[in-house]
Design a protein around this ligand. Sequence first.
Ligand SMILES: [Zn+2]
Length: 676
Amino acid sequence: MQNPFLEPSTLPYQLPPFADVRDEHYRPAFDAGFAQQLEEIAAITAQEGTPTFDDTIAPLEASGGILGRVGHVFFALSSSDTTPFLDELEAEIAPRWAAHADAIELDPALYARIAHLHEHPDASWMPEQAWVVEQWHLRMRLAGAALDEASTTRLKELNQRLATLTTTFDQQLQADTNDLAVVVDTAEELDGLSAGDIASAAQAAADRGLEGKHLITLPLFSGHPWLSQLTNRALRQRVMEASLARGTRGNPHDNRAVILEIVALRAERAALLGFPTHAHVVTADATAKTPEAVDAMLSRLAPAAARNARAEAADLQALVDEAGEDYALASWDWAFWTERLRTARYDVDTQALKPYFPAERVLRDGVFAAATQIYGVTFSERDDLHGYHPDVRVFEVHDADGSEVGLYLLDLYTRDSKRGGAWMNPLISQNRLLDQPTVVMNNLNVPKPPAGSPTLLTFDETNTLFHEFGHALHGLFAIVGYPSVAGTNVPRDFVEFPSQVNEMWMLWPGIVEQYARHVETGEPIPADVLERIRATETFDQGHGTSEYLAAALLDQAWHTLAPGETVDDVAAFERAALERVGLLLDTVPTRYSSGYFQHVFSGGYSAAYYSYIWSEVLDADTVQWFQEHGATRESGQRFRERLLGVGGSKDPLEAYRDFRGRDAELAPLLARRGLE
Ligand SMILES: [Zn+2]
């Protein structure tokens, strides 16, 4: 049988032929894919004469067909339905893929051609073409393509050492987190937890050979979800202190030396690339452009967030006092008293809302119906088309005039072979160069109910589905020339914006009443419940914003160290960084402390943790626009054409101005978080 990755799929919309893929197809396809793209690049650089867009950028954008096809399917499966074979293959392919990317991005002959185009733009180029040249030039310069041989050698050494250090950081963090899981001797100490949570703590202890005891394992962030329920204050303190101590205990899992070396090497690499600091490298291809811009925004929010957190702490202290307790509120008490205040003030138990969110109704009468109302697109299920698993559903998307938009695949359920979280991934990226359509996919991790019972979503899962579908629409609405700038191929500090915006439809008046109906009675969710849910929007936001900003500013502090600038004491550095911005609050620890700040030391968000709130500024400003202009087809068309459709094919902030008529303002975000 022919290897299905070697030629484009003949299925509608070039949907990957999942049913034909066998394990033995991957390795030969990867081999052929790496070789094909290197040959294509060699053919570009072998040409004589002055480089042009058509003989350099166009074939570069068109290159790597086999690799794209096998890669999209491979990474979809290794994330959503993996096997020991795929896991093993991933460990083998990841370093080969990285080396392959280096071979292209550090190719001096290719860089010379692109640098020439960059310096001699052609007046006949479309604006998108000029932007694509700009992006390739920047990407290769940031990868180090402009360096001389000695610097390239040093760069490769730094990259290798950093790869090792980030792996060490992860392994030590995992070991220390396991080590610090809190052992509880008696079930009485777990008072406040549900029977199910107590049972899972007993199981966790038994799994470690601690029969008869209970174990509280730690999540990545500071604190623990159970702190809101545990009535035993001493136990709350043990859990919080264990969480905060990770990676900094002077034991063999101590991450402090690793952190200091990581930031020093990143600063050295930045200097090699011609930038003052690592944060300058990262923001160079972000919409923020400079760390100063990031700092200006974060610093504007910090005082208001800290002020609100202090006011919230005073409210909580009053509750402690009213309850006749004699202690000063500590960080381990925050969630516990906040939960009591939430119930007293708003009487909302989001867990009890599940019967109002039947998955099928949320999808068809909520997520899809909102897209029909706003953007005119309609959805029809294609039972004749299949994904990699029977639970994957395939929908065909049509425009208001009946023309084809693309395919949307949904894999809703959790399974042992799927990684955690929720995400969107493109399977085929729209572009005119190769005349390709769009196929996008959403994954969630909703528990599958027993056969015959309807799937009910939690409030958060419903929100997640709207969010991920926002990424999917960003992909589906793409109308660009070149694949590297289609859909969600936008800077990291911009990519969450369209998905955050789509969350607005979840509780939008007129939409929520249509889909949030009781699974048995069909009654819409009561208006007073909706009102109370909306009223909780600013609740506890001083705390939430402060812990987030503290982490974001800590990330910036580590990554704006100049080359050669040294730090000896991690804890002192951390305290000074938070104190400088007024966020050193006893009762509100940073969401991640350095010893376990995985996002920025090993997870690809170094100097970019600010991105979440950066894109939320655009989100809140956009929600305000829709509130003023209405949830109409006309409003939707403007947002779709001027912003979603153009993807990364122009400066994203210019696209934002095209849509909004001005730059984003901070006020709507401040209002949303109660920070005015
Ligand atoms: Zn997202």
